[in-house]
Design a binder for this molecule. Sequence first.
Ligand SMILES: Cc1cc2nc3c(=O)[nH]c(=O)nc-3n(C[C@H](O)[C@H](O)[C@H](O)COP(=O)(O)OP(=O)(O)OC[C@H]3O[C@@H](n4cnc5c(N)ncnc54)[C@H](O)[C@@H]3O)c2cc1C
Length: 300
Amino acid sequence: MPTDPRRPAETWTCFLVDARSEGFSVSRVEHKMGQRACPAAELSFDEVFVPDERIVGREGDGAPETTIVLACSRPPVGAIATGIARGAYERVLSWLEEDHAARGLLERQHVQLALAGMEEEIHLARQLYMDAATELDHRALGGVMSHPSVRALGHVPASVRKRAPVRGWLASERARDATVALLHRTTSERAVTRSLALSSMAKARGGDVAMRVTGAALELVGLRSGPVRAELEKLWRDAKLCQIYEGTNQLNRLEVYRGLCHRETISSLPPLRRIQLNGAAGAQTDARAHISVNGDGGES
Ligand SMILES: Cc1cc2nc3c(=O)[nH]c(=O)nc-3n(C[C@H](O)[C@H](O)[C@H](O)COP(=O)(O)OP(=O)(O)OC[C@H]3O[C@@H](n4cnc5c(N)ncnc54)[C@H](O)[C@@H]3O)c2cc1C
């Protein structure tokens, strides 16, 4: 939220609010049609006092910080949606292959066409979130992830990182400033905007695919009752939320417009970086090699 309502864009700031703070309450727990294992609630902040040390990052840096968080969190929503679609597809396929009630349906061309369409959509949705994640890892945040200090940190055992002096340093102002400086040095606003656009595309299309595939699977089962229909109905209800949270699909498509439909956005991108995962430790290694990039940001 802004610290000065007259200058919201310049003073947008992230806070970490203690749930025991006076004035904070959970005002409404949502009654959801799907994804009910993950509760969602409306939070109220009535004159809550938040001390300076609860600012996340720096005052006024909230907008770019939120952009990076959304760029990182939207591809996983695309992946969740793709998983829901794939679950529905595999369930209806096994029903068509194995269930007595579906005998003969697989021989019909309209059923084959429906299955092929589902397979295509799932494949597309998977490509989109993989593409968005690759862009994030290799371009927008590649410089940070491949920096020697960050790589070295990846090799420090979790037990050491949890110790008081190390944990204190990681949470310190100096460490925070160093991270922000590194981010500014290794990426650009345009790279992050483009990355957010690809992440938004993966999220929005993933949600649409999940709705279409679960709907098409239900249509194949039709009015037949039994566990398959109940399972597909649940997946259809789960799919709907993927079009809403992490920003509605409409708002995500506006990000696609901002990040990809402007000619100037694709110029001045930082180079792609190659990051290899170290199998045993899972840490990022070797990022020195650049994939060669020509002047206007296109890969060659
Ligand atoms: C179950 C659930 C869980 C959630 N979990 C989280 C969470 O964990 N963290 C979190 O931060 N948020 C969460 N959200 C919030 C969610 O991201 C928002 O509800 C969503 O982004 C929509 O915002 P809004 O409710 O303010 O609707 P509004 O922004 O008021 O939108 C209402 C409608 O208008 C459309 N609209 C708005 N502006 C435009 C425009 N410029 N052009 C075209 N159409 C437009 C929207 O697409 C939507 O259809 C959750 C929401 C739900 C329902």
